[in-house]
Write a protein that binds this ligand. Structure first.
Ligand SMILES: O=C(O)CCC(=O)C(=O)O
Ligand SMILES: [Fe+2]
Length: 324
């Protein structure tokens, strides 16, 4: 986090909102070129740092193939210091096809992972999540490339977990810091039973094993790259704050979920074009799809496993560091 000139500054870049989202608007900036650049390691390390600070970064009309997408996800995590035992996530209900492999999630309007937890006739805001927080060692970066899009609709929204934390009152921050919450992906087990899919195991870390898709994580976590504090509970996967009674937990979680979904000024909404790529940091953001279309929509996602979430009382506030 400094303002010194970086290799990435050779490209045109635009912030999309104050708190979250940055794009590389020029199509001649190709992620496939970064992978083979002589300064590739430095560029990819700077990209990881940019994604971790801005939450989500967009690239237009990319030619990157699926193997390169996996390589990029791996290098983003490795160059920003993830544990040696963390590799690419194999989603519990992903299908291991010869073309894609179990470490690719097909994000499709026709079914599969992105549809497994969707309940019709509930509020759209029920979909806010951070990827795979039911794992004991959850994700750092996700990379999604969309290759099939409806003519209109199907946008994706991201929200800043740093700003969500920073915007709480000092007394409420103090109350939340140090609490822990149960996360669960039980609906993927239901989906696996209904479709006959065998649960993938292990899933990108020796600790992500077995078919009990639950984990306990800090409610506020410290980001290992930026050192910023971030809110780490999400509507799709977080079930219960361990240290509170059931009723207290329900109300506090409801408040926090609404805090994320109703503060539209800590969100960015992205309108996809064909072959655009989004790279986001699951430790610093939440996201949700927009199910407002009927035509087919499809993309490929690669999720990298990071580290076990932790809370460091010496972590910083993004607002304080940036003097916002
Ligand atoms: O379909 C989308 O826009 C996002 C799906 C999603 O949650 C993901 O790719 O992690
Ligand atoms: Fe997701």
């Amino acid at each position: 986090m400094n303002n010194s000139p970086t290799l990435l500054s050779r490209f045109n870049v635009q912030d999309l909102t104050t708190h979250i989202g940055t794009q590389f608007p020029d199509e001649d900036v190709q992620l496939s070129h970064l992978l083979v650049d002589p300064d590739g390691d430095q560029l990819i390390k700077e990209l990881a740092s940019l994604v971790s600070s801005r939450g989500v970064v967009f690239f237009k009309n990319q030619d990157i193939g699926i193997q390169q997408q996996k390589e990029l996800a791996t290098r983003l995590g490795e160059l920003s210091g993830k544990p040696k035992t963390s590799t690419l996530h194999r989603h519990p209900v992903s299908e291991d096809t010869p073309e894609l492999g179990a470490d690719v999630s097909v994000i499709s309007s026709m079914g599969g992972i992105a549809r497994a937890g969707v309940i019709e006739s509930t509020r759209a805001s029920n979909g806010w999540h951070s990827d795979i927080t039911f794992e004991r060692v959850p994700a750092d970066y996700s990379i999604l490339k969309m290759h099939t899009l409806p003519p209109i609709g199907g946008d994706t929204l991201w929200a800043s977990a740093y700003e969500a934390y920073d915007r709480l009152s000092p007394a409420f921050k103090k109350f939340l810091c140090g609490l822990t919450a149960v996360h669960s992906g039980e609906f993927f087990l239901d989906y696996a039973r209904a479709t006959g899919i065998k649960i993938q195991d292990p899933r990108g870390s020796p600790e992500n094993t077995g078919s009990d898709l639950t984990a306990i994580h800090p409610v506020v976590r410290t980001h290992p790259v930026t050192k910023f504090q971030a809110l780490f509970v999400n509507k799709s996967f977080t079930r219960r704050i361990v240290e509170l009674s059931q009723d207290e937990s329900n109300d506090i979680l409801d408040y926090l979920f609404r805090h994320v979904s109703e503060n539209h000024d800590l969100q960015v909404r992205y309108r996809w074009s064909k072959n655009d790529v989004a790279i986001w940091d699951n430790r610093a953001t939440f996201h949700t799809a927009t199910n407002d279309y009927t035509a087919s929509r499809q993309g490929n996602r690669v999720v990298s496993i990071g580290e076990k979430p932790y809370f460091d009382p010496k972590g910083k506030s993004r607002r304080d560091v940036l003097s916002l």
